[in-house]
Design a protein around this ligand. Structure first.
Ligand code: SF4
Length: 236
């Protein structure tokens, strides 16, 4: 069985560089493609606006596809509402209308206002200091996946995301009958990899690409780059 790092390399060879987290407002600018994904690993520093956009996207992407989030981000950008001040000044009703394509828009509008204010708008919150994970988890509307997405992509802090794609993939590779709990699978990856945000971010994006192409709820095992060593009982 390859190591956790070997599997990263196998996925990287199979799917290529993913360039997450996509930055909608940087679409087509140097180093980014037309959807805002990075074209190559780079150390382009994140501006506060980028952190706000990533945190906004992390909330909007709850229970929906990224395509829907792109529409919502497009509406927010067109109305100039991708800053902490603008989100604070905007009425809930207006936010609801703008983010409607992302679904659960009533809940998400309130969540967005609260989270962006806490991270970037409160006196003393400079938007640069990395928030504590436990603090993020105490904020209404932020669960482990959203907290880790914000830490990893908005703050470049190495906190591995153990979303459903990851937990299902890991369980299948290991031949486990049950999908592991979030914190357990997160710790397996974190204890097996160097603590590097760039590596964690790219690995997560690769697992999502793999989950979409092969290892979804109904696995498409033919052509899977992990087929030879996967121990899934339902491997087809
Ligand atoms: S062989 Fe099938 S179950 Fe195993 S990782 Fe690949 S797609 Fe998933």
């Amino acid at each position: 069985m390859p190591t956790v790092f070997d599997i990263y390399e196998i996925l990287s060879d199979a799917y290529g560089y993913q360039g997450w987290w996509p930055l909608f407002s940087r679409r087509g600018s140097p180093g980014f493609n037309s959807r805002g994904y990075r074209l190559f690993p780079s150390r382009i520093p994140l501006a506060i606006e980028d952190r706000i956009e990533i945190s906004t996207g992390a909330i909007l992407t709850q229970n929906t596809s990224w395509k829907n989030v792109e529409k919502a981000l497009g509406n927010l950008q067109a109305d100039g509402i991708l800053s902490a001040e603008a989100i604070a000044d905007s009425s809930v009703e207006k936010l609801e209308a703008l983010i409607r394509p992302s679904g659960y828009f009533r809940q998400k509008a309130r969540r967005l206002k609260g989270v962006i204010h806490i991270l970037f708008g409160k006196p003393g919150s400079n938007g640069i200091d990395v928030p504590e994970r436990d603090f993020l988890l105490s904020v209404s509307g932020i669960g482990p996946e959203t907290a880790d997405s914000i830490l990893l992509y908005a703050y470049n802090y190495p906190s591995f995301i153990a979303d459903m794609y990851t937990r299902r993939f890991y369980a299948r590779l290991a031949g486990e009958q049950k999908i592991g709990k979030y914190e357990h699978v997160k710790s397996i990856f974190e204890n097996s990899l160097p603590r590097e945000a760039g590596l964690y971010g790219e690995y997560h994006a690769l697992i999502v690409a793999h989950g979409k192409k092969h290892c979804s709820s109904r696995p498409v095992c033919r052509g899977c780059p992990c087929f030879s060593f996967c121990r899934a009982p339902d491997k087809g």
